[in-house]
Design a protein around this ligand. Structure first.
Ligand code: IPM
Ligand code: MG
Length: 366
């Protein structure tokens, strides 16, 4: 198969982790007879430095012309980087939001899975972890607070900021359907998360999810308030299969879920629209504090590449090969620093490796 992949290396640790994901993809290509061709796309701080804006129209066109886009991470240190002295619409993150919106990537899938080998890295007690957990956070990605009108103005001499949270029923319906479709392929349970005790947008969310649920009689579903969900994620994460939620809640809950899987460096994600196209990116950020040190964990990006093979190219066998290679490497005791056992825990059979070595080990086991 010929695949044209747009690559956004981005900022911070982005270029380091993307290099490893491409290494693993190339190995898959060699072994299974596919040709992955890459076109670099500038986005984020590196695009600001080169063009003055975080994402050019040309870059959007290149992304649209690709079969899928693989991304590292964008942005810098929000207190020290000069990028954050620019107007908000010129900052690195604005590029990512523009890309998501321009490509209509409304469905963000963030799997949070606890590897048997990483139980030690999970901050929860053993009795809570039990046999581990495996959930899929389905985050709506092109609506809500992220895309509502916002302004800062003086009202009667007082500086006042406003961000508007809007959802229409169609936006809710399409993500809800995706969530239930995915639940059908998993454990057939949907937890729809909202704040319906306070917000109108959440009350509409709940009503539309109930309508969609009628078409999926095999799927058990429940509603959960977002504050309770934040608590349940650390109290009993095993209860979740698919968590279906709006943009901002999904942003926050997915970081929380990633931490209970051990490290944000393990969490992949896929952002999809109504076609086979997708944007695949680790859920973590650009980690400017460790950029260039060769210690970043490339696994989330490598697993995002596996999601790309599965969802955009229907290469399930190849995606399995990457996921199994990751499991194998963890089983053999290789760890980047973020998933190393903590002080006081046994390091028997554990070898700490850097970014490049981790990529090599996974590629060798594909
Ligand atoms: C994420 C990130 C982004 C978001 C930022 C970088 C704009 O935190 O993908 O979760 O909030 O969506
Ligand atoms: Mg986030």
């Amino acid at each position: 198969m010929e695949c044209q992949i747009g690559v956004i290396s981005g900022d911070g640790i982005g270029p380091e982790i993307v290099t490893e994901a491409k290494k693993v993809l190339d190995q898959v290509g060699k072994k299974y007879g596919h040709n992955f061709r890459y076109t670099e796309i500038l986005m984020g701080g590196c695009s600001i430095d080169a063009t003055g804006v975080p994402l050019t129209d040309d870059a959007i066109e290149t992304a649209k012309a690709s079969d899928a886009v693989l991304m590292g991470s964008i942005g810098g240190n929000t207190s020290t980087s000069p990028w954050y002295k620019l107007a908000p619409e010129l900052r690195p993150e604005a590029g990512l939001l523009k890309l998501r919106k321009s490509l209509n990537l409304f469905a963000n899938l963030r799997p949070a899975y606890l590897y048997e080998e990483l139980k030690e890295a999970c901050p929860l007690r053993d009795d809570i972890i039990g046999d581990g957990f495996d959930m899929m956070i389905m985050r709506e990605l092109t609506g809500g607070l992220y895309f509502g009108e916002r302004k800062t103005e003086e009202v009667d001499g007082v500086v006042t900021a406003t961000d508007i949270l809007t959802y229409n029923e169609n936006e809710i319906r399409r993500i809800a359907k995706r969530g239930f479709d995915i639940a059908m392929k998993r454990c057939k349970k949907v937890t729809s998360v909202d704040k319906a005790n306070v917000l109108d947008s959440s009350r509409l969310w709940r009503k539309v999810v109930e309508e969609v649920a009628k078409d999926y009689p095999e799927v058990t579903y429940e509603h959960m308030l977002v504050d309770n969900c934040a608590m349940q994620l650390v109290k009993d994460p095993k209860q979740f299969d698919v968590i279906l939620t709006e943009n901002m809640f999904g942003d926050i809950l997915s970081d929380e879920a990633s931490m209970v899987t051990g490290s944000i460096g393990m969490l992949s994600s896929a952002s999809l629209n109504d076609t086979k196209f997708g944007l695949y990116e680790p859920s973590g950020g650009s980690a400017p504090d460790i950029a260039g040190k060769g210690i970043a964990n490339p696994i989330a990006t490598i697993l995002s590449a596996a999601m790309m093979l599965r969802y955009s190219f229907d290469l399930d066998k190849e995606a399995d090969a990457i996921e199994n290679a990751v499991k194998q490497v963890l089983k053999e005791g290789y760890r980047t620093i973020d998933i190393m056992p903590q002080a006081g825990e046994s390091k028997d059979g554990i070898t700490q490796v850097g970014t490049v070595k981790m990529g090599d080990l996974i590629a060798e086991r594909v």
